[in-house]
Structure formats: C-alpha cells, structure tokens
Design a protein around this ligand. Sequence first.
Ligand code: F6R
Length: 239
Amino acid sequence: MVVEVLSSYEAVSDRAFEILATRICTVPGSVLGLATGSTPIGLYQRLAAADLNWSQVKSFNLDEYVGLAPDHPKSYHHFMWTHLFSQVNIPPAHVFIPDADEGGGAFESRIAAAGGIDLQVLGLGTNGHIGFNEPGSRLDSRTRRVALSARTIADNARFFDSVADVPRHALTMGIGTIMQARAILLMACGAGKAAAAAGALEGPVTTDLPASVLQRHAEVHVLLDEAAASQLGSNPPPQ
Ligand code: F6R
C-alpha cells in the first residue's frame, strides 16, 4: 500500500488527477471504477477541464440509491453526468451505473464482459464503508441491494433537503467486487475521516471497518489530506 499525505483537499485532487490522467493517456481503453460524494468532485473538475480522450474508456460506478430515477437531481446517475460524463467524450454506452431494476448480477456480468476494472476510485465513509458496504458487510460480498446505516443516512443528509429525504437503500458493488479491481485509489479528506482512515490503514482487517480489507489488496494507493491523516500512528502494532 502506498500512502501519500498531502497538504490540502486541492493537493489530493491534483494528485488523483495525475494518476487518472496518466492511466487514461497510457491505456486508452482503461476500465475505471468511479465513486460519487464530495471527495472526488475536485478530481472530476480537473478531469473535465483536461483535454483527455475518453472515447475508449469504460466506467463503472460503485453505487446508486434505490428509489431515485436516473434523472433525479440527487441520484448518482445525475451526479456523474453533471460532474464528469457530460464534459468528456466518453460514449454513453461505456457508462455503467448500478440500476436497482436490473440488479447486481447483471452489473457484475457487465464488469466481467469489460474485462474487469483496471483502476477503482474509492472514497471513505466516516464509518469505514467503501461503496455502500456498511460495517458488517461480508468481505466476499458482490453487487447487491443494501440498507444504508443510520450513520451514512445522517452523513448524506447534507446532500438532501432533510434527513427524511435520504434513500434508505442502495445498490452497491460488493467488497469482493471492489477487491477484484486490479488497482485501487482511495481518497479521504477532512478530520471526519481521520478515525476511519487510521483504522483502515493500521487497524486489524475486520468487517466492522470495511475499508480495512484494502490492506489485503496488492495495489492500493491512498491519498489523504493532513486532517484525514491526523490519527495515523495511533494504532499500536499487534503484539
Ligand atoms: C460514493 C460511495 C461512498 C463515498 C463515501 C464518502 O459513491 O460509494 O462510499 O465515497 O461515503 O463520501 P464523501 O466523499 O461524500 O465524504
């Protein structure tokens, strides 16, 4: 695992952009796994502003809320088209976002048909979730419908008018699905992520903190700002 601690959110976004842009330039047919949420917005702004050729890129998103139509302003479909896809030349047929009507098995088949994911971008939940794999998720889980935890519903209420509007369920890639990506880029910023980041990078591998499973992946690059890195070193090594 490579861990880089950078001075700010902007610096994390710059570095993530370098990694993604290099990948797209050197492997034009890259299969990307992408995340939503506040963390990758700076990355997507930079990708949208760059002159990169997305004509052969394929993209699979981590998750989508159940119950929000693709054109709903709070759906992850809408998020991805607004922040990135409408501004680059990716063919719409190369964009794959989980669809509750279609189900997890079909999404897994589409990933397999694309040859698997080359580079998966992840954010980190304050509870250590990756995708919407909440604490307790099986480490070998696949794309499926899940219930969001109370913590995630509260965290994501900031994107909605009220907590009551936050969907209670989502379709998410599983932890096993994520772990099959050939490389992973985990990004986390802000003090609210510090405990989850320390647990994920330095604690035991446990279903209580799903991101800890990334310690078992051979090619993980972690980008943290100083606030998210502020609790690193606080977990004593196992005796
Ligand atoms: C988003 C996703 C989530 C977020 C995580 C962090 O597609 O799967 O795991 O990455 O909740 O969200 P932000 O970046 O909003 O703090």
